[in-house]
Each structure stands twice: as structure tokens, then as C-alpha cells.
Design a protein around this ligand. Structure first.
Ligand SMILES: *Cc1c(COP(=O)(O)O)cnc(C)c1O
Length: 354
């Protein structure tokens, strides 16, 4: 008997709104760990779980949407795909395009992409084009290219992406036995929150969950259009994956917020980077800066007197810390290089054992 996870299209095909005969182009995405946070459960008096999306094949949840988008694009005859990206979408698209043996074209804001993500796009054969502009400019160009040239757009404005991404909600319900009371997560272009809401609603309608969670999504203070209620012309944050001034899925995310009884809030870069460091140290989970926004949000709410006591809470941590080690270590402060001779007593002394 085989126990290998088959990738999310084969695991959840009956629940996905994609052509029934679409062959799956998969790297084994999904099936990511739901890890209990002893730290945050202790702090809240609740039951707090981390959905560790950095465990996906290219290190972020973007693989969920990409397996669906690339599978459908190839099924429809695409020979090339294009996306605008703050880094993770292009890393994922390039990998799935390589697997499908089609051409990935990547538009990124010049100078704002974490090195690990750029390396992924390049290593997977992406035609990487740096744009003098921000993510929102890149998305406009990608839409234009897809309109006028024979390339398929795989940004989350492609509704097939959300079909893949909603499986995160399925996995959480399947693991916990029901939907949590609350889900907290970062939000940038707003596709992921919208997708989770689709997934939770669908499982409730099917009777696989008795309820839907309250969704709370957190932006970086320098890139918080959803909180402010208007686009931000020059979004700025160290959390580059959520450095977006005009979210494409704005309306869908507002519907998810209102339908779930949730809210948007913002956290500062300092809070985000502190939460990233604390999560790594306290729980052993190293996420990229943007991915820590949900944790930073929880800590902010606790400080403001909100309570999660007795509640089941899921925090989606969206991407892997290895993607951007530079930002993490810059925030860490001085790192003492401890160098000793190759001697047991010296090592024991330096380690504080002796
Ligand atoms: C894309 C991304 C986000 C934001 O998701 P949206 O769907 O754009 O809201 C958050 N964290 C990471 C690591 C990402 O790659």
C-alpha cells in the first residue's frame, strides 16, 4: 500500500472547480504540517496551531495555486506562462513550468526581491525581467502581455489559482476535525485569504465542517491599503512578499472579512521581525518576514487586551525563512562568532558546559 501524498489536485480533485480531465502537474505540494505552537497556546490560554506553508516544494503556499494554474494552462495548450511577483510566485511558477516543460516569464520589481527567491526563478529557467517600478506595475504589465501575446497569466487574478489555494482550508479541517474558531494570516495581494474563505465555505456547505472561522488578516504598516481603505502608491516594508499597494483581490478579501466576521489590521516591520525571531526561537519554525505577520498580529491583539482563551486558532505561516536569510540576520543583532581550537575542553567551555 502506498502512503505517498499525491499532491493536492489528486488528493482533492472532486472539490476543485477545474476541468475534470486536467492532468495534474505536481511537485507533491500541499499536505503541509499543522504544528501546535506551545508558545502561543501558553500565551493565549487557547489552542494555537501553525499551518507551515514553507514546507511546500518551493517553500511557500504559492505552490498550491501554481499546481492548479499550470495544470490548467498546459491542458489548454499554453507553451509559456507569465507572472508578476514579489518573489514567491515567480519561484513557484518557474518550478512548475520547468516540470511542465514550458517557458516561465517573470516580471519582478527591480532590486526588491529576496536573493533566495531570485535564485529559484533563475535556477528553474525563468526568463527574469526586472521592471523599474513596483509589484503593481509588474502586474499591469503581466496582464498586458497575456492579453496581447501567446502567454498565460498565472497571477492570483487567474481564478484557478484560488482553486488550488483553497485546499489549505480543507487540510486544516481534515486535520483538526472541524474549522478553527479563528484563522490569522498575512495579506498582500489578497488572493490567499479569499481562497481560504472559499475553502472553508465549501467544506461547511458539504457538511465536512460545522462552521467557518473568523478570518483576521494582517498587512505591514507601510503597505496597508486594505486597512486604510485606499491604494498606497509607494508601499514599503521589509516583508517584501506583502509589499503591495493595490491588492488585485481587494473585493474578494473584503467579502471574506465581512462574511467571516473578521477584520484587517496592520503591524509594523519591527513587530513582524520580532515575531519572526520569536517564532524561530520558541517554536522551531523559521518563516520569512511576511509570514510572521499573523503571529505579530496575534501578539498585538493580546497586548491590546483581546482574548483567545479557550479558542482554537490557526495561524497560516506562508513561506520559508530560508528564502530571505539576509533580512532575518540583519534584525538579529550582533552575532558572536565563537571560534575555538579543536579540543573538547575548549568546546565545552565555549558552550557553557564546563
Ligand atoms: C504571496 C505571499 C503572501 C501574501 O499572500 P496574498 O495572497 O498575496 O495576500 C504572504 N506571505 C508570503 C510568504 C507570500 O509569498
Amino acid at each position: 500500500m502506498s502512503h505517498q501524498w499525491r499532491g493536492l489536485i489528486e488528493e482533492y480533485r472532486e472539490f476543485l472547480d477545474i476541468p475534470a480531465d486536467t492532468p495534474a502537474i505536481s511537485l507533491g505540494e500541499g499536505g503541509t504540517p499543522l504544528v501546535r505552537s506551545e508558545w502561543l497556546s501558553g500565551l493565549t490560554g487557547g489552542d494555537v496551531w501553525l499551518k507551515v506553508e514553507g514546507a511546500n516544494p518551493t517553500g511557500s503556499f504559492k505552490d498550491r495555486g501554481m499546481t492548479a494554474a499550470i495544470s490548467v494552462a498546459v491542458h489548454e495548450g499554453a507553451k509559456a506562462v507569465v507572472c508578476a511577483s514579489t518573489g514567491n510566485t515567480s519561484a513557484s511558477m518557474a518550478a512548475y513550468a520547468a516540470k511542465a516543460r514550458i517557458t516561465p516569464i517573470v516580471l519582478v520589481p527591480d532590486g526588491k526581491i529576496a536573493a533566495g527567491k531570485m535564485a529559484q526563478a533563475i535556477m528553474h529557467g525563468g526568463k527574469v525581467i526586472k521592471v523599474r517600478g513596483n509589484f503593481d506595475d509588474c502586474l499591469r504589465l503581466s496582464r498586458g502581455l497575456a492579453e496581447h501575446y501567446p502567454v498565460a497569466l498565472v497571477n492570483s487574478v487567474n481564478p484557478v489559482r484560488l482553486q488550488g489555494q483553497k485546499t489549505g482550508a480543507f487540510e486544516i479541517v481534515d486535520a483538526l476535525g472541524d474549522a478553527p474558531d479563528y484563522q490569522l494570516m498575512p495579506i498582500g495581494n489578497a488572493g490567499n485569504m479569499s481562497a481560504y474563505w472559499l475553502g472553508y465555505q465549501q467544506y461547511a456547505e458539504l457538511g465536512r465542517a460545522t462552521r467557518t472561522p473568523v478570518l483576521r488578516a494582517f498587512q505591514a504598516a507601510g503597505a496597508a491599503p486594505l486597512v486604510l481603505g485606499h491604494p498606497v502608491a509607494n508601499p514599503e516594508t521589509r516583508a517584501t512578499a506583502i509589499r503591495i499597494g493595490n491588492p488585485a483581490s481587494w473585493k474578494l478579501a473584503e467579502a471574506a472579512r465581512d462574511g467571516s466576521g473578521g477584520r484587517f489590521a496592520s503591524v509594523t516591520d519591527e513587530q513582524i521581525l520580532d515575531a519572526q525571531a520569536a517564532l524561530a526561537r520558541e517554536d522551531g519554525v523559521f518563516v520569512e518576514p511576511a509570514s510572521a505577520a499573523g503571529v505579530a498580529g496575534l501578539l498585538q491583539e493580546l497586548a491590546a487586551g483581546d482574548s483567545y482563551a479557550g479558542k482554537k486558532v490557526v495561524i497560516v505561516v506562508t513561506g520559508n525563512g530560508l528564502k530571505d536569510t539576509v533580512t532575518a540576520l540583519e534584525h538579529h543583532g550582533d552575532i558572536d562568532d565563537v571560534v575555538v581550537d579543536a579540543d573538547i575542553d575548549a568546546a565545552a567551555g565555549a558552550a557553557g558546559l564546563a
